[in-house]
Design a protein around this ligand. Sequence first.
Ligand code: ZN
Length: 491
Amino acid sequence: MRKTILGLGLLLANTQISQAQKADIDRKFDQKESVSHFTYLASDELMGRDPARPEIKLAYTFIADQLKKYGAMPVPGADGYYQNIPFRLSSPPSKGQISLGDSVFTQGKSLLVLDGKSIAGDFELIEVGYGMESDYEGKDVTGKVVVTNIGAPNRMTPADLFSLGREKVALAKAKGAIALIEMYNIPSIPWQLIVNNLNRPQMGVDQGASSDLPYVWIKDLTNETKNKVATGKVTKATFAIEGKNNRSIEGKNVLAWVEGTDPELKNEFVLLSAHYDHVGVGRPDAEGDSIFNGARDNAVGTTAVLNAARYFATNPPKRSVLFALWTAEEKGLLGSGYFANNPLIPLNQIVFNLNIDNAGYNDTSIITVIGLGRTTGDHLISEAVAEYGIKATADPAPEQGLFDRSDNVNFARKGIPAPSFTLGFTAFDDEIAKYYHQAADEVESFDMGYAAIYWKSYILSAQKIANTLEKPFWISGDKYEGVGKTLYGIQ
Ligand SMILES: [Zn+2]
């Protein structure tokens, strides 16, 4: 009985603290400034925030200026508020053709040259499984063209294909190969869709010397061509790839931090992140609009992280908070991936990543949290959202694999609990498709009352996680639990 009364007392006390926290956030929140930031980030002036376009500078200087103004500090080891990233923009060849036996593959039809320098001549082929380290065992690939299956077993999402491709290029180069052909055989992702997306300049992190290795995809849905190479029926390839144009571009992640107030917990960080880039300028829509403003994706999220920085800089929680606005998410999660591989704060000190990425929304009575229920901190997000009279719901379309398709996955893969706090959606319906990666994704069509709830409940969620005494972790059995234990040294 005593225990129950005590428990009830604690519950009431917690509720009161939560309400007081909410009241404080509500009082200090600046809706006018938030809408102004949101509007600027999604304005035509920024030309769709394409990291390959010069206007991206307007975006990252604006973000850095706000962080500085709010009093969030530069992260040691960064270039002021920036983490600089060496990108490389690789154009499609002016002419691209590869012959394997009597099959001829042509750029934009059955061939995509993704990176590397121009190359012409006859070369010996060697089949190397998936092109992973173990596949090279007992094989001498020196001076040869390596032919592999695309992706890797159980790693076939688009993000996997790109990140694995880069690893394979580096490995093939290190093994002495002169080119890498990946055979594309995934019927669930139509080849034509791939062509539409990739037969144009491609951005990647500059890998130094290995970036020059010619790297191509060939359409081979039935594995026919790969089998011919594997069985020795085809042993040589004739390459005619001309007019490759590769250009260096400096990318910028924008970073800042606020020190926690607790003498112990301040050594731990909660990472609040969103990508600030978008897809730039594209084909004009029916109204003649060609600027993809990316209000939902992800100016609203960028504004959310700025709002959090504004609040926490003067109201620091127990744990330290790291703010990160990633670049080049739309180019394959590049900015977040670069930080995860070159962290300026040791990853084992980052206890949680509350990321933001958005396609759109179709239900303003909810906040959708991609990955909700997979970490022991998630109930705090649900509680924070409930304070605003709406509900946090889990990913309505887990089969889409959204959790593994945005920046958060670069941290989840390292073991850090990393859900994404997104606008409410109950399905990938027309309301989402109307705006997702469309020129119509503008601020004018956004419900600003809902935006306010979204922004404020994000701050409250982050605050609860940054203050909780229990360190959040993956729930037992999650696919990232193992890497998490390794990262944090949990037995
Ligand atoms: Zn996005």
